[in-house]
Design a protein around this ligand. Structure first.
Ligand SMILES: CC(C)(COP(=O)(O)OP(=O)(O)OC[C@H]1O[C@@H](n2cnc3c(N)ncnc32)[C@H](O)[C@@H]1OP(=O)(O)O)[C@@H](O)C(=O)NCCC(=O)NCCS
Length: 401
């Protein structure tokens, strides 16, 4: 098999669903913007891209049909660039990178693109018209329960306390606030948002506003404030808005090339995708997913947890993230707290502060991880996440010299 190299990876800022920057912006406009930005960063002609695979967790309505095909056309790619949509819920954006890379590795494509999109305020989690199988859903309600309830299950079953979850949420916010202040989100491309205002005379004014930062970051978060938040998923629960991922709109895109293509176009790669894997677990505790997908990944490449220099483990909920860190032997707080110079896990904050735009997240975290690996000269980085329905995904990237 050949190697597949990521040569460019970018993302939009995250916008809070219902109240954030992109509530009036179409998903097509977000994804096309980052596709163009990803290719412009390396000065590649669009016609060189063979295929585009787009991850989306609820591919319907405004982000429906085959947006994987529409997006490249809207972004000015020629009709020869084909496209598809993949859905592995929260890992869709990573699945898209893996499938695009596999085409290159198999020798079926020289240059591909991958991406992820989710506008959670536009298409709600669960979709606009959920129609679970009437018999299966009655016999297996756990396959359809709210993700927040699965997070409560993990907290209860594995004794992850409210105080620990809040502390994790606090550090996510503080790390993100610090990264924003220091300008470390180099993977972000400023992205235009649409704003429509009804004027006094009844006409509608349309403006484009440039968004440069994630709007979910709460610099003023305190542990005392977090402790006061309600638990929306269970009466005596521990999971709150402050220790859960935010619902968000966002898009991310990357460009993947073979070694031959690198040579032909004179492009320097960022990293190689070494391995990608997925693993199943119980659906009513889907958050444990990374605790099975990460060991499976490392086993395949004959590596240990201690060989990995940087981690992006999606913070769907603090309860599940903390459980997974404990299982992986990564629960030493020095590895993830804002005041530690030994931190290697979600070093610029995670989805609790930055949001988790479901189908986009896999591509978004890859862009973040690769930017940090490049900045810090870290050889091996792992990205992982839990997945609704009871799964984990994990991918290993190796920095190129
Ligand atoms: C938990 C959840 C229900 C909260 O939804 P919400 O109430 O709309 O959440 P918000 O982020 O708007 O926060 C609500 C309020 O909590 C408070 N709050 C949130 N984070 C806070 C923090 N860090 N510090 C202090 N207060 C905070 C604020 O008062 C906020 O209201 P405001 O925005 O008007 O200031 C929602 O974020 C959720 O469902 N998350 C999980 C998504 C999911 O399941 N994804 C898939 C995973 S597999």
């Amino acid at each position: 098999m050949r190697d597949a190299y990521i040569v460019s990876a970018v993302r939009t800022p995250g916008g809070r669903s219902k109240k954030g920057s992109f509530v009036q912006t179409r998903p097509e406009d977000l994804i096309t913007h980052v596709m163009v930005a990803a290719i412009d960063r390396i000065g590649l002609d669009k016609s060189a891209v063979d295929d585009f695979i787009l991850g989306c967790a609820f591919p319907e309505a405004e982000q429906g049909l085959n947006l994987g095909r529409i997006a490249p056309m809207m972004a000015g790619f020629p009709e020869t660039t084909s496209g598809a949509v993949v859905n592995r819920f929260c890992a869709s954006g990573l699945e898209s990178i893996a499938q695009s890379a596999m085409r290159v590795m198999a020798g079926w494509s020289e240059i591909t693109m991958a991406g992820g999109i989710e506008c959670m305020g536009t298409v709600p989690m669960g979709g606009n018209l959920p129609r679970p199988h009437p018999i299966w859903s009655k016999e297996h309600p756990e396959d359809y329960i709210s993700m927040g309830v699965t997070a409560e299950n993990v907290a209860k079953r594995y004794n992850v306390s409210r105080a620990d979850q809040d502390e994790f949420g606090y550090h996510s916010q503080m790390k993100a606030a610090e990264a924003k202040k220091k300008g470390l989100y180099t993977e972000i491309v400023p992205t235009p948002a649409d704003k429509y205002t009804t004027m006094p005379d009844g006409t509608i004014k349309h403006e484009k506003v440039m968004i440069k930062d994630d709007d979910g970051i709460r610099e003023d978060t305190t542990l005392e404030g977090l402790a006061k938040l309600k638990t929306p998923f269970a009466a005596n629960g521990t999971v709150t808005a402050g220790n859960s991922s935010q619902t968000t709109e966002g898009a991310a895109a990357s460009v993947i090339m073979s070694a031959d293509a690198l040579k032909k176009y004179g492009i320097k790669p960022i990293a190689k995708l070494v391995c990608y894997t997925t693993a199943g677990c119980r659906s009513d505790e889907m958050g444990v997913g990374p605790s099975v997908s990460i060991p499976k990944l490392l086993n395949k490449v004959n590596m240990k947890v201690s060989d990995i220099g940087l981690w992006e483990i999606n913070e769907a909920f603090a309860s599940q993230a903390l459980y997974c860190l404990r299982k992986l032997g990564l629960d030493d707080k020095k590895l993830w707290t804002v005041d530690s110079d030994k931190r290697i896990i979600n070093i610029n904050g995670g989805a609790i502060a930055l949001g988790h735009p479901l189908g986009c997240t896999g591509s978004k975290l890859a862009a973040t991880l690769l930017a940090n690996m490049q900045r810090l000269g870290v050889k091996y980085g792992v990205e992982a996440m839990c997945i609704g329905g009871g799964m984990g995904a994990a991918a290993l990237f190796e920095l190129c010299d």
